[in-house]
Design a protein. Structure first.
Length: 149
């Protein structure tokens, strides 16, 4: 008997738990995203991103005003928040709580300005509130494009 094969069913040919067609697989409309996995929720990530944006805006204002002590505290807060948000958003992408585009916006661009991540959370919330229905016809081809022929 080979390892990983059950005598009654062929488990080697089946996807691992959580990776079947009912959960986690990409569909025609894209990957299925969940609202939450344990304590990791879309809403918590969104509000943390908004808080991070407020901290960053405060950092900019204090730096321009020349306030050294608040700038130091807010700078460290921004840096630590960016590192934590990056790690958590990478995990959230892997767990399909948020899409890759949103994870990249937070992890890559968040160090320079977390406003992009907050904006992407708002966009994703709109996508989740108004998903494209599968009964809608595909968009009409553009004249002269290869799909028109």
């Amino acid at each position: 008997m080979a390892l990983g094969v059950n005598a009654s069913t062929d488990t080697a040919a089946q996807p691992p738990p959580g990776h079947g067609t009912s959960a986690g697989r990409d569909t025609e409309s894209g990957p299925r995203l969940s609202e939450a996995v344990g304590p990791l929720t879309f809403t918590r990530l969104k509000w943390t991103s908004f808080f991070h944006s407020v901290v960053y805006l405060s950092l900019i204002v204090c730096a321009i005003a020349g306030l050294a002590a608040p700038t130091l505290v807010l700078g460290w807060t921004h840096g630590i928040l960016w590192i934590v948000m990056s790690i958590v958003c990478i995990a959230a992408v892997r767990l399909r709580v948020i899409p890759l585009r949103l994870g990249v916006a937070v992890a890559v661009l968040g160090g320079l300005g977390p406003f992009v991540g907050s904006f992407e959370f708002v966009r994703e919330q709109g996508r989740r509130a108004h998903p494209a229905s599968p009964s809608e016809p595909p968009p009409a081809p553009v004249p002269g494009s290869p799909t028109e022929r």
